[in-house]
Write a protein that binds this ligand. Structure first.
Ligand SMILES: [Zn+2]
Length: 285
């Protein structure tokens, strides 16, 4: 390399970093307000997002991409929230790390599309929902849109979106598939989560390529499995926690041959969850 890294501006230097095609940065519940000084529960959300973006950029190897798994915006998805969010994640984009944003119950789809996705209308897989398939060498990411009504807590995918998921999974049956949905699996008695959880499970349980479902929404970190062996990962919030003592932060996910390694990066590096590693083994099939 000519003259070493110091000769380069930070963003140009980031682009020269080696890329890890199997590593991903997973964020959820960023809750960015238009005003970067806005605080909720003694947490400055913009400062938290800036911290985690900087951490991703400082990794020795650049991840292949980043996701925000819903509740991108503070409360009701104002246009100004998305303008501020766009500025905060721009260092990732200019550092060569593509970022995909999913919608949650504190987002507004029209404002989001206008602020962040203008010009992409023709290429949207679905006209009414914000979904994406991100393919990589070891895993296919299916990002879904569970925003039903802004500011109403439960979520829903709906038949049209489930149909898209079914068809797209069937076209991509040979590689492990991982879902990203803002809402958590909702049992009948728990209507705060995803209302059509049972319909979703009917589709994904028999499609053995589906290995994991990552979600946010509860602002509480946990890793479990459903009866069919699908891993259920509740991502921590980048913003505020609901329960004192819970960790906030992000997850670095590394796809391996038959699974995924997760590393928790806490915002409070003194928290016992900081650096915690979880190995997910993919179910057979
Ligand atoms: Zn949230």
């Amino acid at each position: 390399m000519l003259g070493g890294g110091l000769a380069f501006a930070p963003s140009a230097f980031a682009r020269t970093k080696r890329r890890d095609a199997n590593s991903w940065a997973l964020f959820a519940d960023t809750h960015i307000a238009a005003d970067v000084n806005q605080q909720v529960r003694e947490t400055n959300m913009a400062a938290n997002l800036k911290t985690v973006v900087d951490e991703v950029l400082q990794l020795p190897r650049r991840p292949a991409g980043a996701f925000v798994v819903g509740d991108c915006a503070w409360s009701k998805g104002d246009a100004g929230d998305y303008a501020t969010l766009a500025g905060l994640v721009d260092p990732l984009r200019s550092g060569g790390i593509p970022i995909q944003l999913a919608l949650g119950n504190h987002d507004n789809r029209e404002n989001f599309w206008q602020a962040l996705e203008s010009g992409h209308k023709a290429t949207r897989p679905l006209a009414d929902h914000h979904v994406a398939l991100v393919e990589s060498s070891r895993v296919n990411w299916f990002m879904l849109d569970s925003l039903e009504t802004t500011l109403q807590t439960p979520g829903n995918l709906g038949e049209e979106q489930l149909d898209w998921l079914r068809k797209t999974l069937d076209k991509h049956s040979r590689k492990p598939a991982v879902l990203l949905i803002h809402h958590n699996p909702g049992a009948k008695e728990n209507i705060a989560g995803l209302k059509d959880t049972e319909r979703l499970l009917e589709i994904i349980r028999p499609r053995r390529q589906v290995k994991a479902w990552f979600f946010g929404h509860t602002h509480h970190w946990s890793v479990t499995q459903d009866v069919s062996g699908i891993h259920l990962i509740n991502l921590p919030p980048v913003a505020y926690i609901f329960k004192e003592g819970d960790p906030a932060g992000w997850i670095q996910a590394s796809a391996v041959t038959n699974g995924m390694k997760l590393e928790f990066r806490c915002l409070n590096t003194g928290h016992k969850a900081h650096g915690q590693e979880v190995e997910l083994d993919w179910r057979k099939g």
